[in-house]
Design a protein. Structure first.
Length: 275
């Protein structure tokens, strides 16, 4: 582990100690550099954003592990900011294999990584989910690094009938298993978010904001004790939305009005020439 990665890990951990920060999700090196240009303090990859850029669905069974690891390396080496890796389910079911893959992930230069408790379709059994987090923790510790481990409970995303109870139970268990940060993507109600923050305190909590909601903003989430806000594939989907509108206009109308909202090529050239 080189000095740059050690410094990034130290900076990333410090961000979780007080206050609340936005952790935006680039999907390639260019978008990462632009977010750095805007002054964000850290970045997180998005498995969905990267998969879409390769013409693939967001599924660890479809995106090869080697390809995802190379993506992490590209983002981590392409920016001076700490990078958190969206490592999905660790690209494995069994705890031992999760541990093996976590070691490979740490070697890409990232400052943090997250592990989900789902295959993408259903939640792992509770005890297996806990063992997977324990395995990831051991792998990080054995690597001699302090890479920040985020444990995710996907109960809301898989639309579990008892998502709140499942998430609270599992996030507390994941904290006990060694997770540094806890995350339940899909939770939208401030009351639920507040309960999660209290349940896992003093461990920091990440909240996903993927669509406009008046009370889910930096100020309000900081007030209830959230430490970190990520946006998943939202920025990528915004870019895809603009592309789809412009391409559809050309295909259906033969006009180019959408180009009026295009970014300046000169501005982008200037930015990337300074990287």
């Amino acid at each position: 582990m080189n000095e740059e990665q050690l410094k990034a890990i130290e900076e990333f951990r410090a961000l979780h100690e007080t206050g609340c920060f936005i952790l935006p999700n680039p999907w390639d090196r260019g978008s990462a550099l632009y977010l750095q240009h805007l002054g964000f303090k850290a970045l997180a990859t998005t498995s969905a954003g990267f998969a879409f850029s390769r013409g693939l669905p967001d599924d660890p069974e479809v995106v090869p592990l080697a390809l995802m690891l190379e993506h992490f390396r590209d983002i981590a080496t392409g920016t001076s900011l700490p990078v958190n890796a969206d490592f999905q389910n660790g690209f494995a079911d069994e705890p031992d294999r999760v541990a093996e893959n976590v070691v490979k992930c740490v070697q890409t230069g990232i400052a943090g990584l997250s592990i989900e408790d789902t295959t993408g379709r259903r939640l792992y059994d509770r005890e297996l989910a806990i063992e997977r987090i324990k395995a990831a923790r051991r792998a990080i510790d054995d690597s001699g690094s302090q890479v920040l481990l985020t444990a995710r409970c996907e109960a809301w995303l898989v639309q579990s009938d008892d998502a709140r109870e499942v998430a609270l139970d599992r996030l507390v268990a994941f904290a006990d298993a060694g997770a540094d940060c806890l995350y339940a993507p899909g939770v939208l109600e401030l009351a639920d978010i507040t309960d999660i923050v209290k349940a896992v305190a003093p461990r920091p909590v990440n909240v996903l904001v993927f669509s406009p909601k008046p009370d889910l903003n930096l100020k309000r989430l900081e007030e209830v004790g959230v430490r970190r806000i990520s946006v998943g594939a939202a920025l990528c989907r915004v870019a895809w939305g603009a592309f789809i509108r412009a391409a559809t206009e050309m295909a259906e109308q033969g006009t180019f009005e959408a180009f009026s909202e295009a970014a300046s090529g000169a501005e982008l050239n200037k930015l990337f020439s300074r990287k």
